[in-house]
Design a protein around this ligand. Structure first.
Ligand code: FE
Ligand code: FE
Ligand code: ZN
Length: 278
């Protein structure tokens, strides 16, 4: 089996997110650690966070997948933007310890013309600085569509980051695979799902695969665009998604919907995906 859920608003707090997930049929969820555009995060109520942890256990949830703000660019060409990003990352990772043992995923960043190698070095140094030995969170690098100068459009670029960090950082590092992004990045999960998973295993290692963002896409293979579609309403389609969620190599992972939906739409997509599960 897999765990399935969608991206939720965190405005009513932690326990409220758990309950909202259940209401939609989910047994995992994602949320932004702060305004997706970045900036100051709300204070955490430790009792509320603890209540969520109890709730997750009692309702047999899979791990939840917090999402960093989109604007967090650890490899900007501007020092002040890098520093802003690093401070957000440090703060987020401290906050994540109120919900121990969960996932925190982020977009590796855009190197804005400095080149992949320079960008990778900046990302790795920031991770080394922000991550700490006692942390219980696993930090997930997200596979990207390769839009503009985005790092992470090829599995090799995520491998470069994993190779460039310190040994102790690497222990807390995984990957979140976004179906829309890798399709847009040129990985044909419709015609050759197994070959793509083989490639992931060869380059990164399937043991690093910790979560899936399950999104359909508005654009054709290798478009390098990144525009999400509802499940079954894009170029990936229901038939391919059924094969993805039932693939033995992704069982046990949390699958997160980031599709353009309201609550009703998410509930429908979760039910559809459950109807495919074995
Ligand atoms: Fe993302
Ligand atoms: Fe995503
Ligand atoms: Zn996306």
């Amino acid at each position: 089996m897999i765990y399935i859920g969608n991206h939720l608003s965190s405005s009513k707090g932690y326990l409220a997110m758990g309950k909202a997930a259940t209401k939609l049929g989910g047994d995992t969820f994602a949320f932004f650690t702060r305004n997706p555009r970045g900036g100051k995060a709300k204070d955490i109520d430790p009792a509320d966070a603890a209540a969520l942890m109890t709730y997750l256990k009692e309702h047999n949830f899979g791990r939840i997948v917090a999402h960093a703000p989109y604007t967090m660019n650890l490899c900007s060409d501007k020092a002040d933007i890098r520093e802003f990003a690093l401070n957000m990352l440090k703060d987020d990772l401290k906050r994540m310890e109120y919900t121990p043992g969960q996932y925190y995923n982020f977009h590796p960043g855009s190197h804005v013309g400095q080149g992949v190698e320079t960008g990778v070095g900046m990302i790795a140094r920031a991770l080394d600085e922000a991550m700490f030995d006692e942390m219980t969170t696993t930090v997930l690098l997200e596979t990207m569509a390769g839009k503009g100068s985005e790092i992470g459009g090829a599995f090799e670029e995520l491998r470069m980051i994993i190779d460039a960090v310190s040994d102790s950082t690497r222990e807390h590092l995984g990957v979140c695979l976004d179906t829309c992004h890798i399709w847009d990045g040129g990985y044909d999960i419709v015609e050759s799902l197994d070959a793509v998973l083989d490639e992931f295993d060869r380059v990164i290692g399937l043991d690093r695969l910790k979560a899936i963002h399950i999104n359909d896409t508005l654009n054709p293979l290798a478009a390098h665009k990144d525009r999400h579609a509802k499940i079954g309403e894009g170029h990936i389609g229901n038939e391919a998604f059924e094969k993805i969620v039932t693939n033995p190599r992704v069982q046990g992972l949390p699958f997160i919907l980031e599709t353009p939906n309201d609550d009703e739409g998410y509930a429908r997509e979760i039910a559809l995906i459950r109807s495919w599960m074995k």
